[in-house]
Write a protein that binds this ligand. Structure first.
Ligand SMILES: C[S@@+](CC[C@H](N)C(=O)[O-])C[C@H]1O[C@@H](n2cnc3c(N)ncnc32)[C@H](O)[C@@H]1O
Length: 485
């Protein structure tokens, strides 16, 4: 049986082969395979362990799959039994998700049963309810389900933290940390080899990486199955995805990737040293490493992370040259229409005061050059749509009135730098709406792109965006300014 190789249709030199994260052995398809001939479901094995492939995503960890209550062993059994749907739905079930029906609450009042029995009932009820909802979203109404529907269904509204995470992913396009990452990707040279998006989440940045060159092999890696599933099915469909833990041996051969990008993720890792060594192993000698939107340990932040100081981040890369910039400087240059200036030495004093920093490391000189004007706005790649942060109202004359509505105070504070470019209110002429629809880059469309009122997004991202312009049904009232939803 062939080993699992991705992208081999683009030439042997650019294929990406998977190996076992425990023993490094070649992973082969076959052990306990369902025999259905389905490429998207199966079992991989190397002799030391077996790993499931679910809906085309290899799950290369053992034990509980992070972000779900499922274990890889249980998922393998379901696949062998031919129950692919249960395998998929169980992986997409957030372990702390509670059923939204009253029945769950009423179970608390049933007299004479132990706490343990009640929990068991509730867990079973939660899972059943989720399976019904997943069936509706992924089978009955699949054509209408958007990426944002998936975020709401998975994260729900139960806790402040799940709401904040849901907002982060739903409104990711055009966040300041997204723009700084796009600025850094201007330095990626697609000719050097495949690009790895480490901790790719649900694929927002992956979508951008793919759009740079459709021929480019982009591999997204994350430890959350839900995130990868949304990336693969909605946000960046042509990339390849692997579920693995960035803090163990990475499941790739030596010298495979030309560049590695890790956006807003590296500071969550607890063993950055071994991750940096692994990244160097799987990347060619002249490869380039981009860490973007990384938290600085010298500056306080409310959410838990394992941030290092700027100097410690630089030391991770040994003998490679490193250029590091504060994210607010990268954002300023981005808004002026330029990629970051990486030609000068890192200014440690200003870096110490920066809450977020980004760095480039390489043995090659190519990336370390002065900023250059963008030939087109990086955030405009994909289909131009109204930024989902705007509430849209139609004036009687057919113009639109857009009002910025931040989903929460937390979101507004986390993205405060967006005040520099997102207007609180803005009018869009009926002509610009028509231009947006047929892809005409008129002066007004360009001006709105410059302010990130219009941003490039994949189709099927958000239902209201897809339905433009008929979804604009409200007539203008006199609400004002920034507000919390
Ligand atoms: C804040 S999100 C950023 C997602 C994406 N890079 C972006 O910029 O939108 C961080 C992501 O890192 C992933 N992650 C955290 N620790 C990881 C690990 N040890 N291995 C793989 N992925 C990890 C999380 O599952 C999450 O999707």
């Amino acid at each position: 049986m062939d080993h699992l190789a991705f992208g081999s249709d683009k030439g042997a030199a650019s294929s990406v082969t998977l190996s076992c994260p425990s023993c490094g052995g070649r992973l082969e398809r076959g052990f306990g395979d369902t025999g259905t001939g389905s490429e998207s479901y199966g079992i991989l094995s190397c002799g030391c362990a077996r790993y499931p492939v679910v809906a085309g995503i290899p799950i290369l960890i053992q034990g509980t799959v992070p972000g779900s209550a499922a274990t890889t062993e249980k998922i393998c059994e379901l696949i062998i039994a031919g129950d692919e749907r249960t395998a998929l739905f169980d992986l997409l079930l957030r372990p702390t998700r509670k059923a939204r029906s009253d029945t769950r609450r009423l179970m608390d009042y049933v007299p004479g049963i132990s706490r343990k029995t009640r929990r068991r009932w509730q867990t079973r009820h939660d899972r059943k309810e989720w399976h019904r909802e997943a069936y509706r979203l992924l089978y009955e109404q699949r054509a209408e389900t958007t990426a944002c529907d998936m975020f709401s269904a998975y994260f729900g509204e139960e806790t402040e933290s799940s709401r904040n995470t849901c907002h982060y992913f739903s409104y990711r396009f055009a966040q300041p940390r997204y723009l700084t990452t796009l600025a850094m990707t201007a330095m990626i040279d697609p000719r050097v080899g495949p690009v790895l998006d480490l901790g790719c989440g649900s694929g927002h940045v992956t979508h951008h990486l793919q759009s740079i060159d459709p021929e480019q092999i982009v591999v997204g890696v994350d430890k959350s199955y839900f995130m990868l599933y949304v990336a693969k099915n909605w946000i960046a469909k042509n990339a390849l995805y692997v579920l693995c833990d960035a803090e163990t041996r990475l499941p790739f051969d030596d010298d495979v990737f030309g560049s590695v990008l890790c956006s807003n993720t590296f500071h969550f890792l607890s063993d950055m040293d071994s991750c940096a060594n692994e990244l160097r192993r799987i990347t060619v000698r002249d490869g380039v490493f981009f860490l973007t939107a990384v938290r600085n340990a010298l500056q306080p932040h409310s959410t838990p992370n394992n941030a290092l100081s700027p100097r410690q981040y630089a030391e991770l890369w040994g003998d490679l040259s490193v250029a590091m910039l504060p994210d607010d400087m990268i954002l300023r240059q981005y808004l002026e229409g330029k990629s970051p200036d990486l030609s000068t030495n890192s200014n440690w004093e200003s870096l110490e005061h920066a809450p977020l920093i980004s760095l480039v490391a390489s043995a090659d000189d190519r990336p370390f050059h002065p900023g250059e004007p963008f030939s087109s706005w990086p955030h405009a790649r994909g289909r131009l749509r109204i930024n989902p942060l705007y509430r849209v109202e139609r004036r009687p004359e057919g113009d639109l009135s857009l009002t910025l509505v931040e989903p929460s105070r937390f979101f507004a504070d986390e993205n405060v730098e967006a005040n520099a470019y997102l207007p609180e209110r803005v009018s869009v002429s009926a002509q610009a709406v028509a231009d947006l629809e047929d892809g005409t880059l008129s002066d007004e469309v360009r001006r709105l792109v410059e302010k990130c009122v219009f941003v490039g997004m994949p189709t099927g991202y958000d239902r209201s965006i897809e339905a433009l312009p008929p979804y604009v049904t409200r007539t203008l009232d006199s609400g004002s300014g920034r507000e919390a939803r």
